[in-house]
Design a protein around this ligand. Structure first.
Ligand code: KG4
Ligand code: ZN
Length: 374
């Protein structure tokens, strides 16, 4: 394992609001895409250790994740990542109360690696095992608030029910989160996810992979009004998204632009204009969601964003303004817990363990596993 690619985050972070005498300790494992990650989290919301082994450099030259390469890299890294996670928390496997791992959705080769590791550990130690839905990891992690974070949105106590914008590389959905395991789909993308749109725009501009963070950074020095990208579906009722039209408009604009004009300013303005279209789509669809009868009847107090795209500063601030307009709180995970990570799986493991949702007989991991089928 290449030590340069290890990200050690939130080490020894402690939460002041302790309430139980002996908190439940969960080892969580994530391997559904291009991060091999493990974390130890307790039921008092402390992250005792958190290791993320990022494979991004391995996939960069292909412009996206290559599933077979990812699966092989997970196999090489998983044992060491779990061992390091225990060591950094100063724990042995005997100290752990629950094992949790992503059992889908995701790239099945990678999911299998983490799931088999977790199953092996749970069987050998006779400890309870939780099969975590990766999307539920993203959906529940805003409840694992981080006391060390400076951003106020990460310090909110997120209580059920809440309205969630789940935006990652693979998914783009508006969900009413009623409780652990109880999700109601309010809207979703009809084509690309928001993360995919960011990645494709970056690829078109030759900016590299993953595109989201690069486009976000470029957009900060760009003019969002220089190019007018479409806002698909924004003149229509409902809460669904469509991003492929923005992508096509971007492609057409680039095709008719002379290469000599494409300088740093052009790229920054292009990124800012694209990002502004995405923010408008998200706030437009969320506005409709907040007026939707199902949402109004449920009366969520908090508007929440989660998933890799939740790292985007413009999306965070657009959603914060919207929450203020509707007299709601706004919450987001700390930056380190937006993209794929083991801590969100450990936390979802604890939330599921608390309601008795543990594996009772062998299960098959699922490449597709909607949140509405928990
Ligand atoms: O949740 P995640 O780590 O993986 C999936 O479960 O899909 O999300 C990864 C996605 C990628 O598409 C990446 O480009 C996007 O999140 N992303 C961002 C930002 N950081 C990561 N998108 C927009 N702005 C960002 N700052
Ligand atoms: Zn994810």
């Amino acid at each position: 394992m290449n030590e340069d690619k290890l990200i050690i985050t939130d080490m020894g972070e402690s939460n002041e609001h302790k309430h139980s005498d002996k908190p439940v300790l969960c080892l969580g494992i994530e391997s559904s895409c291009d991060e091999t990650s493990a974390a130890i989290v307790d039921s008092d919301k402390n992250i005792l250790s958190h290791i993320i082994y990022s494979q991004i450099p391995e996939h960069q030259k292909y412009g996206g994740v290559v599933p077979e390469l990812a699966a092989r890299a997970h196999i090489l890294a998983i044992d060491e990542v779990i061992k390091l996670t225990l060591e950094r928390a100063n724990k042995t496997i005997n100290d752990i109360d629950v094992i949790a791992a992503t059992a889908g959705p995701g790239l099945i080769g990678g999911v299998l690696v983490g799931w088999m590791a977790a199953t092996g550990i749970a069987n050998a130690t006779k400890k309870p095992l939780v099969a975590v839905n990766h999307l539920e990891g993203h959906a529940l992690v805003p409840r694992l608030k981080s006391t060390s974070a400076s951003d106020s949105a990460t310090n909110i106590d997120v209580e059920f029910p809440y309205l969630l914008m789940l935006a990652s590389g693979g998914h783009c959905q508006i969900l009413l989160v009623h409780n652990v395991g109880k999700y109601e789909l309010i809207g979703q993308t009809l084509d690309d996810s928001a993360g995919e749109a960011f990645d494709k725009i970056a690829k078109m501009l030759g900016l590299g992979y993953p595109g989201g963070p690069i486009v976000d950074k470029r957009a900060q020095s760009g003019n969002p009004t220089r190019f007018l990208f479409p806002r698909p579906l924004c003149d229509k009722p409902g809460c669904d998204f469509s991003f492929s039209g923005i992508k096509t408009a971007a492609r057409m604009l680039l095709d008719k632009t002379d290469n000599s004009v494409i300088d740093e300013t052009f790229i920054n303005d292009f990124c800012a204009s694209f990002q502004s279209a995405v923010v408008d789509c998200i706030t437009n669809r969320l506005t409709n969601a907040l007026k939707d009868k199902r949402v109004k009847d449920t009366n969520p107090k908090t508007l929440v964003v989660a998933g890799g795209v939740a790292k985007n500063s413009a999306i965070r601030s657009g959603m914060e303004k919207l929450a203020n307009k509707f007299n709601m709180l706004f919450a987001a995970p700390p930056m380190s817990l937006c993209t794929d990570n083991g801590a969100m799986i450990a936390w979802a493991g604890i939330e599921n363990y608390n309601i008795g949702n543990i594996v009772k007989e062998p299960i098959a991991p699922r490449p597709r596993w909607p949140l509405t089928e928990l």
